[in-house]
Write a new protein. Sequence first.
Length: 249
Amino acid sequence: MKCYETEHYIFNYEEGSLAEKEIFKLSSEQERCYEYIVNVLGKEPKQKINYFLHEDAKVLGKKYSEFCEMEYQEGFAINGFSSGNNIYAVYSKQTKCMGFHEDAHNISMSDGRWSESSAILEGLAMYFDRVWWGIHNLHWTCYYVKNNQFIFPNKLIKDNEYFYSLGAEITYPIMGSFTEWLISSYGIEKYINFFNEDDAESAASKIYQKSTEELSLLFLNYVSLFDNDELIEQRMCKLINEEKDLSSK
């Protein structure tokens, strides 16, 4: 693989790939993401982040299976994941798995302190992403409340297996929106202290003087103040149906 080094990254990519053709643009964008995440969190890795860019999501599926020490299922594909100081991502005409998400994981965990709750980890990454399928996290959360698909964040926080058993199109935007609400309501410093604690339930009681259930109810009260435009909801339905069609193939 070829590589290109910037102030905070080492990008690895195949010769002749789309990543090679667009390396200056994509590296500049990642540096701007890096700067923003570091400024918000007040955390910064001591080493440069290694990006490994591939055009085939199935290649990443194999690497992810190896990382998780699980048997690879033929056809399994994944667009990106973070492992230690390394980020593996798909970069192709169809999919560009770049931006905030994996970098937020890497930077937020760079000091060795993070929650054991997967929902908390993904919620912070989605806070930086802001959107799912191009639509803001809060809009999705409002949609799920309206359609009786809303899942209380405390249920997602306390059970990693349950969190991953559900569709990411539901859990990720809800947790991203919940994280944004926590930060805007109580401040980034309290949130970082909450994120740094292993046990989210005890951390909530200690830092927010509330249980995760109480925080979830307050969050739902906040979300209930909003409603989506009809055109946005039509687009949401279209995107959900398209995803169902792809999953059924």
